[in-house]
Design a protein. Structure first.
Length: 139
């Protein structure tokens, strides 16, 4: 339980900041590519935005908790410190988010720009959660 308590503040902070980074990647920079495959997308509304925000927020909490647990119990390359946190965030992204986004692009008609946006969005999510967790737990 101590790990979750330590991760709560940096995970929540990362979740709040991630609302803006996600909006920047998917809502501003890469949103125009969705128009290339209109049949793929459901209509956007407040409910869909709220669910997406909640998913990113929960992901940030989970990633921060996982990193802090690992940093407290490991002296390896993911150990305490910012470099270890960024390594862990990148490896976590490579293991989960990147394959999911790329495999989805194989079977779902997604514009490559949307896929790139999703990859960058989730990389930012992972790195932000880990970096804030490292900073918070070692300040």
């Amino acid at each position: 339980m101590k790990t979750l308590e330590i991760a709560l503040v940096p995970g929540a902070l990362a979740g709040l900041l991630n609302v803006f980074t996600s909006w920047l990647w998917m809502g501003v920079i890469f949103h125009r590519f969705q128009k290339q495959t209109p049949a793929t997308w459901r209509p956007e509304n407040g409910r869909s935005y709220a669910i997406a925000v909640a998913l990113h927020f929960v992901a940030c909490l989970a990633i921060a908790t996982l990193y802090i647990y690992l940093a407290q119990n490991s002296a390896g390359i993911f150990g305490a410190g910012m470099l270890g946190a960024l390594r862990f965030g990148a490896i976590l992204w490579l293991a989960i988010a990147a394959p999911f986004a790329l495999e989805s692009a194989i079977f779902i008609r997604l514009h490559p720009g949307v896929v790139l946006g999703q990859l960058l969005d989730w990389l930012t999510t992972s790195l932000l959660a880990c970096a804030l967790a490292a900073w918070w737990s070692h300040r």
